[in-house]
Design a protein around this ligand. Sequence first.
Ligand SMILES: C[S@@+](CC[C@H](N)C(=O)[O-])C[C@H]1O[C@@H](n2cnc3c(N)ncnc32)[C@H](O)[C@@H]1O
Length: 364
Amino acid sequence: MNFTYKGKSYSIDRYPKSENRSLKAWSTADEHMLNYIVENNISLNKPIVYNDRFGFLSTVLSGQQPSTVINFKSQEKALEINLSNHGVDLNNISKINPLDKPETSFDLALIKIPKSLELFRMQLDQVHRSLDENAVVVCGFMTKYFSRKILDIADDYFEQCEQSKAWKKSRLLILKKKKNVDKQELINTIPFADTKSFKQYYGVFSAKNIDYATQFFAENMDVRLSDNKILDLASGNGVLAHVALTKKPDAEIHLLDDSLLAVASSKMNIDSKKAHFHYNDTLSDFENNTFDLIISNPPFHFEHETNIEVSLDLFKEVKRCLKKGGSFQLVTSNHLNSKTHLYKLFHKVNIIAQNEKFVVYHCV
Ligand SMILES: C[S@@+](CC[C@H](N)C(=O)[O-])C[C@H]1O[C@@H](n2cnc3c(N)ncnc32)[C@H](O)[C@@H]1O
């Protein structure tokens, strides 16, 4: 897909690539933010950018040495691919950790408002501490995802919050004059099975309770005494790894997630000395035939998109990383009909448990 900005043409790719041509690498909300900056003659020097999933804004603005907050390993890879495709030196972009206070201060922030409004709060909380007095925060969103809560959150951090008119089904929220806000702990605590509670940063999967599919899987997970090396794939806050460890406390457990905030959260919840944490979107860290058991509540939703391809790619790698005779256990929604896909990869696909909503598969 091509986009022209200030006379220069950009072709931005998605990573991982998708066969679904309706899935785009950016939206009109991103374009709307750029148009606003140009039309209002806002100084673009060294902006900070949030939720730039495939690096569209960071690539288009690479001449202005932007800082980009990186939430996902796949986002970092997408950014690197797009910068390199445009001949941009990676050092032109500063990567910011979502949990750190940026070292520099900014007079412009661009935020594509995320689906998780708790994450939006966390991002405003981070950025407003690093803004100059006269800074402008330009937030973009697709009008259909508007919620009153967006305004309430923005109002907690800024005196002035103005909404733009709609343009190509997108709108902007322009924030100015930051308020003084006391430091807050932006972490949820979620009870589980009367015995344990899980801590997780805002924006990590299933913020209010342990997901129902996860609970159903936890009740039906089959861990054997011979399962010495276990991987929790797409581990979120680490709840499934915890369940596996209750059944096999001396196992070497690996947790892997694409989300930096998820991996950081799971470190607060799993205290086994034999736990290893992997911030990655693929299983490239692992050799063939590594695990006795791989457990997963795999990802099918990414922000407002539904995409089965990411999980199908992970399943292929699961097959590579399982020991001969090792097992892959996963939970999915009934309606996804994952069995057809699993049959293409595994010799045996059995159903361990099923209710009206979810199914737990056991693949060998
Ligand atoms: C449905 S949630 C499950 C989280 C946790 N296991 C649970 O049951 O609560 C899926 C997780 O997959 C992660 N994810 C998305 N894409 C991924 C990828 N390519 N590799 C690894 N994890 C990924 C998301 O960040 C999210 O934490």
